[in-house]
Design a protein around this ligand. Structure first.
Ligand SMILES: Nc1ncnc2c1ncn2[C@@H]1O[C@H](COP(=O)(O)OP(=O)(O)O)[C@@H](O)[C@H]1O
Ligand SMILES: N[C@@H](CCC(=O)OP(=O)(O)O)C(=O)O
Length: 381
């Protein structure tokens, strides 16, 4: 079955967790070498590979004398600054031993939130791939603080997979795949080889990380798989500590958990609005407006807006929330906060009269609007 699934794979993103390439003592050079060797084998077969590698904090914290998980943000930033050079040195040396080059790509959430920088990042990674160089991506930990983080590298890997339009995302973790419950807490837990759709019930079965090194646990891997699925990309979650697992995956062995891509994928722009662009405000929408957006595929008109919050400008992303304050969609607004305060609740025909000008009838045009509420994919437009 995996034969058929992977037959079309040309470009793959491989995410490597901290728990795969490091332990309490720091970076495990042998494991980096072994995974790199497998990746070089893929390159020789003509595949394009983008690596998203964690491990900077784990590789650097020992030099600061930190035992266990760093507690403060400055500690994490300092550890990452030390560790990032170490992980890059290992990748560079092991790839070079197989006559391949690597490049370091450090990203922040702001880089992917800004459309111009997002496209620049995409161009850089694509150019590297054209030259046969393997990008090694990580979050730029030394400059980010908690509020502006990607969250974890599982999320980053899904965004990168979407950015480069990968055919497959492989997440290497310290566990054999997704189990029906946390296997570290229950030895009777059973591996689930195939997930057709990451429903809220499935997501609830993924627990947190218990390791000193990992951050997101299985929960964040499922969330990442869901995001990748909405870009039309399947995700395989396997144990990166199993020898030559990458080679085994591409030999189509039935290992790990495969999460299928969604049948109905979002356009690249809608995926970016939903997951990469940072929302800067909130619009409160009445029941009629919510129905029109959610079930009738309509644009958002000023008449459906009953409240507004945040400091946003025209062109920023905003959340659309119902009267209970629950988000159900996101979009790029054609009007600023100041303008919406004046036109909300009004008919389109009144916009020009109120503002003295009109950009368009819709506050958010359907092409710039994406449903984020958990519902059947078929409803997403
Ligand atoms: N349902 C589950 N199936 C598998 N692993 C789970 C589950 N729930 C929680 N986990 C935990 O998630 C961990 C993997 O995530 P994490 O520690 O973040 O690793 P990584 O460094 O690879 O990102 C596993 O070691 C396991 O303890
Ligand atoms: N950017 C951090 C990794 C954060 C992270 O998400 O770690 P993990 O859960 O092991 O993938 C680092 O390089 O240490």
């Amino acid at each position: 079955m995996r034969n058929a699934l992977f037959a079309h794979v040309k470009r793959v993103v491989i995410k490597i967790g901290s728990g795969v390439i490091s332990n309490a003592a720091g970076l495990e050079n042998d494991r980096v070498a072994s995974i790199s060797e497998d990746i070089c084998r893929l390159l020789k077969c003509g595949l394009e590979v983008v690596v998203v590698s964690s491990g900077a904090v784990a590789a650097g914290k020992g030099s600061l004398g930190i035992v266990g998980r760093p507690q403060t943000i400055p500690q994490k930033q300092a550890a990452a600054a030390i560790g990032q050079t170490r992980i890059m040195r290992e990748y560079r040396e092991t790839f070079q031993a197989h006559d391949y080059n690597v490049a370091q790509v450090l990203l922040t959430r702001d880089d992917l939130s800004n459309r111009r920088r997002y496209l620049n990042a995409r161009n850089t990674v694509m150019t590297l791939l054209e030259y046969g160089v393997t990008p090694i991506v990580n979050e730029n930990d030394t400059v980010v603080v908690e509020e502006i983080r990607f969250g974890d590298n599982d999320n980053l890997s899904a965004l990168v997979a979407s950015l480069v339009e990968a055919d497959l995302l492989v997440i290497l973790s310290d566990v054999d795949g997704f189990y029906d419950r946390d296997p570290s807490a229950d030895p009777l837990a059973r591996l689930i080889p195939l997930v057709e759709r990451v429903t809220p019930e499935i997501e609830a079965m993924g627990g947190d990380s218990h390791g000193v090194l990992g951050t997101g646990g299985m929960r964040s891997k499922l969330k990442a798989a869901k995001r990748a699925a909405l870009s039309g990309i399947g995700t395989l979650i396997v144990n990166g500590r199993t020898p030559h697992i990458v080679t085994r995956v591409f030999a189509c062995e039935e290992v790990g958990t495969y999460v299928l891509p969604a049948q109905c994928k979002l356009t690249a722009k809608k995926h970016w609005i939903a997951f990469s662009k940072k929302p800067r405000g909130k619009l409160l929408i009445d029941a009629g407006g919510k129905r029109a957006v959610l079930y009738r595929g309509k644009s958002l008109l000023p008449s459906g807006i009953i409240g507004v919050d945040g400091g946003f400008e025209r062109g920023d992303a905003v959340r659309l929330c119902d009267q209970e304050g629950k988000e159900f969609a996101r979009g790029i607004t054609s009007y600023s906060l100041a303008e919406i305060l004046r036109i909300m609740g009004k008919q389109c025909s009144q916009i020009e009269q109120v503002l003295g000008y009109k950009y368009r009838d819709e506050v958010i045009c359907r092409d710039d609007l994406v449903v984020t509420a958990d519902q059947e994919e078929e409803d997403r437009q």
